[in-house]
Ligand binder design. Structure first.
Ligand SMILES: NC(=O)c1ccc[n+]([C@@H]2O[C@H](COP(=O)([O-])OP(=O)(O)OC[C@H]3O[C@@H](n4cnc5c(N)ncnc54)[C@H](OP(=O)(O)O)[C@@H]3O)[C@@H](O)[C@H]2O)c1
Length: 323
């Protein structure tokens, strides 16, 4: 698999999120700026954000930081990357125009640099009538030339197929679908179906949380460094049940003089999806960039698939994910 075929993007959920990630505002921002520029200079070609990234008074903080950083970014280089954000279909964002205000606010925070808008999750399980309306609203913004690309997230294969066709009837393409996919997600037929729909229709398949929030980067004989209470709980549950998988990852990593993070990212790529990795510092950016320089062999991929299928613990799924 060549570097050109499937790239790597990076996500910014942590950038402003105190609860899950312990973000400390200004102290972190200087580091994040360097992370951002290093990542793009190194070839990570998609930046993922969301209007809900940033907790409490920091609502929208991730988009704000990206917008600020982009002010110093050469415009000619901007054409080579995708700046993607997600709009949350909160229950008070109702009907065809329900996301208009949110779009305007995100666009303002991103200083007009938005390439792609994604519907953050499917409302199909609790307000099925909303999903098509909200998406049609994004279609209206597209037709007015206000947004360039549209994507979905946390939408299963049935709805993806349905919504893709509906938008196609309007002459609008769904450019991407973003789902959780990693060595720690439970293997499912849905994953395969999504992969096939994406391949058939040239939809970009984006894999979020490819490192299982960092669990997959922890060597089999090591304990995690201090982290937030919420992440600690998850780590404590999953780590003891993933030792064999992480041993295998560690062995493969050694063969390529790489890191376990790189093995996790390249496993995602070997499944036809583009990982969006959550990076928080320049060394994590550098590590992700290095993953672009090599790929897993078929037998390494299959061995990892096998250990994944035997794994006794999995990452929790987004409960809103539609069929
Ligand atoms: N569509 C959705 O509903 C949805 C949901 C979740 C995430 N996402 C997107 O996907 C992105 C990535 O997912 P994620 O941030 O949840 O999880 P992730 O990429 O699986 O894990 C990110 C964490 O892994 C650790 N890490 C990153 N690079 C590393 C390296 N080279 N070596 C060691 N540790 C490393 C960092 O932990 P430390 O912080 O401890 O350094 C980082 O915070 C998000 O930022 C977001 O854009 C989308």
């Amino acid at each position: 698999m060549s570097k050109k075929k499937i790239g790597i993007g990076f996500g910014t959920w942590a950038w402003g999120n105190k609860l899950v990630w312990g973000y400390k505002s200004e102290t972190d921002d200087i580091l994040l700026k360097k992370t951002f520029f290093d990542a793009i200079d190194g070839g990570l070609d998609l930046v993922d954000s969301a209007d809900s990234y940033g907790t409490g008074s920091l609502f929208g903080q991730s988009e704000k930081l990206i917008g600020d950083f982009l002010e110093e970014f050469p415009k000619r280089k901007l054409k080579k990357i995708t700046i993607a954000t997600k709009l949350a279909p909160f229950p008070w964002r109702i009907g065809r125009n329900g996301l208009n205000k949110a779009f305007q606010e995100s666009n303002r925070r991103l200083k007009g640099n938005m390439t792609r808008v994604q519907l953050h999750w499917s409302t199909f399980r609790y307000a099925p009538w909303q999903e098509e309306q909200l998406l049609n609203g994004l279609g209206d913004l597209y037709e007015k030339g206000l947004i360039k690309e549209i994507g979905l997230s946390n939408t299963g294969p049935k709805r993806l197929h349905f919504l893709y066709q509906k938008m196609k009837e309007r002459g609008i393409k769904i450019n991407s679908i973003q789902m959780q996919l990693s060595l720690l997600t439970k293997p499912s037929l849905e994953d395969e179906n999504i992969k096939n729909i994406c391949a058939e229709n040239k939809i970009e398949y984006l894999a979020y949380s490819p490192l299982g929030l960092g669990i997959l980067t922890i060597p089999p004989n090591k304990s995690p460094k201090n982290t937030t209470f919420l992440r600690q709980k998850l780590f404590q549950r999953i780590l003891p049940k993933t030792i064999e998988l992480r041993k295998l990852m560690n062995n493969i990593a050694k063969k390529y003089s790489a890191s376990q993070a790189q093995v996790a990212l390249n496993w995602v790529r070997s499944h036809g999806a583009k990982p969006i990795v959550g990076i928080r510092n320049p060394s994590q950016a550098k590590d992700a960039i290095s993953a672009l320089n090599w790929s897993l062999t078929k037998s390494e991929k299959e061995k990892l698939d096998f250990f994944r299928s035997k794994c006794l613990a999995n990452m929790p799924q987004n409960p809103f994910t539609s069929p």
